[in-house]
Design a protein around this ligand. Structure first.
Ligand code: C5P
Length: 228
């Protein structure tokens, strides 16, 4: 039997820095990356554009199963149209969190996500990577940060893009999204029992990346050896 593909899962709430950390860890290891949140965002965006009712779980699952998506060197295309930025808006994030609460949609995206695990390895970023999608991953990280710090990071990001927002509105939105992600009945946001929990509130990206790579070197000495 072929050796299982090594997987590092990085789960956590929005704004914890997962995406940035996952991309840097994948780069250093020379592994593939799965941004699972982008898949939920794509389903939300496609549903809104097609006028699908957000209460119609079956229609949303059908949409998720046949999504005409292309990933091309960091850019994302939906039905031929570039949506790299369109899926990053607050509306798309909230739509993603709504469709993500439906078991039918999660099921439709499961095989697609598992398909990403190809040699030499995968860094998977999301909410349920370590608990549901890759429960046997040898390295599981749960990245957290206070809601205020996560809102502050998002605020800075939006300001840099010239988007005017109110910080306390952002804190409220982040807390609302967290509540929905943590309390849903299917695949709720929580650390896997064997996850290493890292609180990034007072840490730099580089410090978090180093802690993740240390965990990789401990559990997967061969993978750590190939670092760039
Ligand atoms: O990570 P990101 O903010 O892009 O994810 C958007 C939304 O998609 C999250 O708020 C969450 O509801 C959902 N999601 C999920 N499971 C994942 C990844 C994202 O439920 N593995």
């Amino acid at each position: 039997m072929a050796e299982p593909v090594p997987v590092v899962t990085i789960d956590g709430p929005s704004g914890s820095g997962k995406g940035t950390v996952a991309a840097e860890v994948a780069r250093r290891l020379g592994w593939r990356i799965l941004d699972s949140g982008a898949l939920y965002r794509l389903v939300g965006l496609a549903a809104r554009r097609a006028g699908v009712d957000f209460a119609d779980a079956e229609a949303l699952a059908r949409l998720a199963a046949g999504l005409p998506v292309r990933f091309d060197d960091g850019r994302i295309f939906l039905d031929g149209e570039e949506v790299t930025l369109a899926i990053r808006t607050e509306t798309a994030g909230n739509d993603a969190s709504r469709v993500a609460a439906l078991p039918e949609v999660r099921q439709a995206l499961l095989r697609w996500q598992r398909d990403y695990a190809r040699p030499p390895g995968l860094v998977a970023d999301g909410r349920d990577m370590g608990t549901v999608v890759f429960p046997r991953a040898p390295v599981k990280i749960f990245l957290d940060a206070s809601a205020r710090e996560r809102a502050r990071r998002r605020y800075k990001q939006l300001k840099e893009q010239g988007i005017d927002v109110n910080l306390s509105d952002l804190v409220a939105e982040i807390e609302e999204r967290d509540r929905r992600d943590r309390n849903r009945s299917v695949a709720p946001l929580r650390p896997a029992e064997d996850a290493l929990v890292i609180d990034s509130t007072d840490l730099s990206v580089e410090e978090v990346v180093e802690q993740v790579l240390q965990a990789v070197r401990r559990k997967l000495p061969a993978a750590g050896a190939g670092e760039r």
